[in-house]
Design a protein around this ligand. Sequence first.
Ligand SMILES: NC(=O)c1ccc[n+]([C@@H]2O[C@H](COP(=O)([O-])OP(=O)(O)OC[C@H]3O[C@@H](n4cnc5c(N)ncnc54)[C@H](O)[C@@H]3O)[C@@H](O)[C@H]2O)c1
Length: 356
Amino acid sequence: MSEFAPSNSSARVENRSRPRRALITGGAGFIGSHLAESIIASGGSIVAIDDLSTGDRSNASHLPADRFRLIKATVAEGLAALGDDERFDEIYHLAAGVGVDLVLERPTEVIEGSLRNASAVLDAARRWRCPVLLASSSEVYGKSERVPFREEDDVVYGPTTMTRWSYAYAKGMDEFVALNHHQRHGTRAVIARFFNTVGPRQSGEWGMVLPRFVSAALRGEPLRVFGDGRQQRCFCDVRDVARILPVLLRRPESAGGVYNVGGDRLISVRELAQRVCAVLGSVSRIELVPYERAYAPGFEDVAVRQPDLTRLRTATGFEPTISLDQTIRDLASWMRQSGAAPQAGGPVARAAGGGN
Ligand SMILES: NC(=O)c1ccc[n+]([C@@H]2O[C@H](COP(=O)([O-])OP(=O)(O)OC[C@H]3O[C@@H](n4cnc5c(N)ncnc54)[C@H](O)[C@@H]3O)[C@@H](O)[C@H]2O)c1
């Protein structure tokens, strides 16, 4: 029987597993803080390494101090600070430069940092003999037109002269290194290819589409949509994602495997904007922004991005449980409460994309 059942019984089933001590890089980030919360809820404790470059201390401020420790440092510094006596049951490597905008602004930093950090974390997992989950991305599929995307599919990238693809290459390199670590050293590495993950605590600062839309809708400002808005994406609530990651990592059979993680219900970006306005009762209008005005000339977007979730479902029984409407409401509540609504009137390039 899988450890995870897609019903109300899931929390009970997971709680039966022994409490874990987990290391989360990027643990003060969006997905990382929800993952920490989920592991703590099942009795575990967390050490998080985060340099707070895109994350925020407040994301984890509600977590109990005796079970959540934040090391404010880069991945390399944080691992060095931990020392040889530390022991972990599992590692989640989520720290990364995230978002299309960040990649366009600082590609070298993103590429070099990605590979260096993945290698350092894999070496630590080998040393501590514990399983490690690496966060990859649907970007790895590039501009493949064969949907839904399956883990073993061929991928198609744009040329290296287009900076936009560097994130895909970088995440792909991380995957190679992790899989090789598994083959050569027996490291229990698992790759999670995240598709659009959304929910409370997600910052819109680096071009993430849903927080941008929700923020604009709350302010009554236009929701800016790239191109004709017909590009399609699948969204999954971060709480569903956070809940399934430990289940995936703790299965010994997951080691050396690549798994799509996300929702598989398609929605166009234009429909998403309409949905946000409808759910929040916003009078904002939707404004179409040509790609060439939003990004550098020649920017390529991906028409349809949809995961095939067969492998994840078979391994874990995963089914998303939180509706998109609920996610929109919860994200809006969080923005109202925290005052975290980003400036919707910022540069157009950051306002409308299918970022991540
Ligand atoms: N959110 C999504 O839809 C999505 C989609 C695909 C992939 N991912 C991947 O999931 C992971 C988590 O993303 P997220 O959405 O939570 O973003 P996030 O920006 O909220 O989280 C990343 C965290 O890592 C930290 N960080 C960045 N570089 C660091 C470094 N060198 N040392 C220490 N800490 C560092 C940041 O401060 C941040 O807290 C990333 O690897 C990202 O590529 C996310």
